[in-house]
Every structure is written in C-alpha cells, then in structure tokens.
Design a protein around this ligand. Structure first.
Ligand code: PSU
Ligand code: MN
Length: 333
C-alpha cells in the first residue's frame, strides 16, 4: 500500500468517501462527503501523480475571464508534466476534488459572489449548501482528506504588516502546521510581513524551502531580502522530504517557494510601488479580516494596468510545472 493511501486511510470519513466514489461509475453519486472526479480517483487508485489546486485564486484572485483561462492553463501544465490536476472547491455544499470544465466556468464567472472559504468557513458553507472557493488552508485540508500530498498555488497568506498589533495572521500558516501537504508557491507577497511570516512558520514546525535559490521569493520578485530556511534543488529531494515527513508522522506541511521566472520579474519594481499604495488605501478604508487580501490584490492589478496579472499568470504556470514534477517524483518513489 502506498504512503499516500495509508495517509488517506487515517481518516475514517475519507475511507467512506473514497470507497463509495471508487465503487460508483459516476463520482457525482458518491455517498460520502467528498466528490472526487473520475480522473483523480483513477490517479489515486493507480498511485500516479496528483496535484491539488485552490479555487480562491480563481474566484477572488483574478478577474473573469482571465481567471478561467488561467485555471485551465494551469491544469494543462500539470497534465503536460505527467500529473493529474485536482482543483478543489465546494459546490452546493459538497467539497469537490477535481472539477469539470463547466464547474470551473461557474466558479470563474461568479467570482467574488462565491464564498471565500477558509478552514473556519468549511462546515458552515457545507451546512448551508453554498458554493465556496477554497483558500490555501481549506484546500490543504481537503487535499489531505483525499490523500493528495502536493498542492500548487500562486502565493500563500501570511502575517499581515502590522500583524503584531492586529493579529491578522492567515489561517494558511496554522494549517501548514497541522496538515501534511506540501504547498508549491512563489512565496509570500510583499504586501505581507515576510520576516514575521517565516518566523511564524518556524514556530508551526513547517519546512520552508526556496526552490533552486537561497533567498525566499516574494511572489512578484525573486528576492525578499530574507534567507530561505532551507534550499531544495530537485523534485527528487522534495519527494524524499515529503516521504520522510509522512514516515515520521510529522503531520505538518511544507512550503516550497519557487522564484518567479526571470523574464517576468521585471514588472516587480512597479508592482512593489503599487503594493505600497494599495496598503495605504486599505488602511484609510479601515478594511478588516478576509476583505483585505482581495482588496489589495485587485487594487494592485488596477494600479499596474494589468502588468501584475500577467506576471501572476506566468508564475502560477511555472509553479504548476515544478509541483507536477515533485508529485511525479513522489509517485515514482
Ligand atoms: N495570496 C496571493 N493570492 C491569493 C491569495 C493569497 O498572492 O489569491 C488567497 C489564497 O487563497 C490564500 C488567501 O489562501 O488569499 C489568504 O487569505 P487571508 O489573508 O484572508 O487568509
Ligand atoms: Mn486575515
């Protein structure tokens, strides 16, 4: 039995969901609490590579129709690199692992009307039968329940600037401390407090590595000024780290920060400036809680005339290639 499956079997709820999904030709008829798409079920059963993808980035992170195009392109990149993509969202109150084209379209076109669903929101979104776009924390949790160990996104949430006073610390960070999923991303945006985010992840016992670099990346720029706690240069080393973490039963996740490709990093300085302005505006508007991140992302996009969006799309595709290589190395081992 694979490690992946053994981890999956730790969850009784999941075992029910998986076996009912495995047993039915049409996964939509699964009796369990998760609906897993036929592709993903097949990949999990055959122990081939699977990469989880989040959906808040689709609903709240980008405008329509670029969000839909990007979601499709990212799935295609994952496939090109030999892995099965599993985009995760809640549809009519049911967590879905792997979405159809129509389901992706629905999420993308409804955008921010879909509930931004973090760990704390999951059960109530399900109870109300709503559509929810999962953040990094909720996506990690559901991926783990489905036995998926590698997850690709753009950037994770972090400690907000001023977080030492406001206590605005993304639930992504505590999730990383308690859910064994490796998140491949472009690091943490400089709209956040990157040094404190790294400190917090250390406290949570999360392995944080830069991929092929010594410095932890800052999303739009390759450098954050912060040394990465660790460095990983190959998919094989990432896979070995994930295996050891599982064998030890660490129970925590990992972050692998992939620097934005050089040719797209040029827009970085401009985006940095826009970030500062957006931060000032958010403060003037006294925005709070979960509104802050979507506001900042939207405002930066406006201020940079779409340049940040282009860079954003490029870096996510790059992360998808790396994540799929890591998932493939893990499946092969
Ligand atoms: N950071 C980005 N892009 C995003 C997000 C974060 O660069 O789209 C989204 C992710 O879904 C992440 C969430 O999990 O925002 C974090 O929100 P908050 O800061 O409210 O925890
Ligand atoms: Mn927050």
């Amino acid at each position: 039995q694979s490690w992946q499956r053994r981890i999956a079997n730790l969850s009784g709820q999941l075992t029910g969901a998986l076996s009912s999904a495995f047993g039915s030709a049409d996964s939509a008829t699964a009796q369990g609490q998760l609906v897993i798409s036929p592709d993903v079920i097949k990949a999990l059963r055959e122990n081939t590579a699977v990469v989880a993808l989040e959906s808040t980035i689709i609903s709240h992170g980008m405008p329509y129709p670029q969000n839909l195009e990007t979601a499709r392109a990212v799935e295609a990149v994952v496939r090109q690199h030999g892995a099965t993509p599993a985009t995760i969202a809640i549809l009519s109150g049911v967590p879905h692992i792997g979405l159809t084209g129509a389901e992706l379209e629905l999420l993308a076109s409804r955008g921010p009307q879909v509930v931004k669903t973090s760990r704390r929101d999951l059960a109530l979104v399900m109870a109300k039968g709503l559509d929810g776009a999962t953040t990094v924390s909720a996506t990690m949790l559901l991926a783990a329940r489905a036995g998926i160990q590698v997850f690709v996104t753009g950037g994770i949430g972090g400690v907000h600037r001023g977080g030492e006073v406001t206590m605005d610390v993304s639930a992504d960070l505590t999730e990383l401390g308690r859910t064994p999923v490796t998140v491949v991303c472009a690091g943490v945006k400089s709209i956040l407090d990157i040094p404190r985010t790294l400190e917090y992840l250390e406290t949570q016992g999360v392995c944080v590595a830069a991929y092929g670099a010594d410095e932890f990346p800052a999303f739009f720029t390759r450098r954050s000024g912060c040394a990465a706690p660790a460095r990983i240069d190959t998919p094989e080393l990432a896979a070995a780290m994930i295996r050891h973490s599982a064998r030890l039963g660490l129970g925590s996740g990992a972050v692998i920060g992939v620097p934005i490709p050089e040719e797209h990093a040029a827009a970085g300085a401009k985006v940095e400036q826009a970030s500062q302005q957006a931060l000032d505006e958010a403060q003037q508007k006294s925005l709070q809680g979960s509104e802050i991140t979507p506001f900042l992302l939207g405002r930066i996009k406006e201020l940079t005339g779409g340049e940040s969006l282009k860079a954003n799309i490029a870096l996510i595709k790059n992360n998808a290639a790396v994540g799929a290589q890591i998932a493939s190395a893990l499946a092969a081992s």
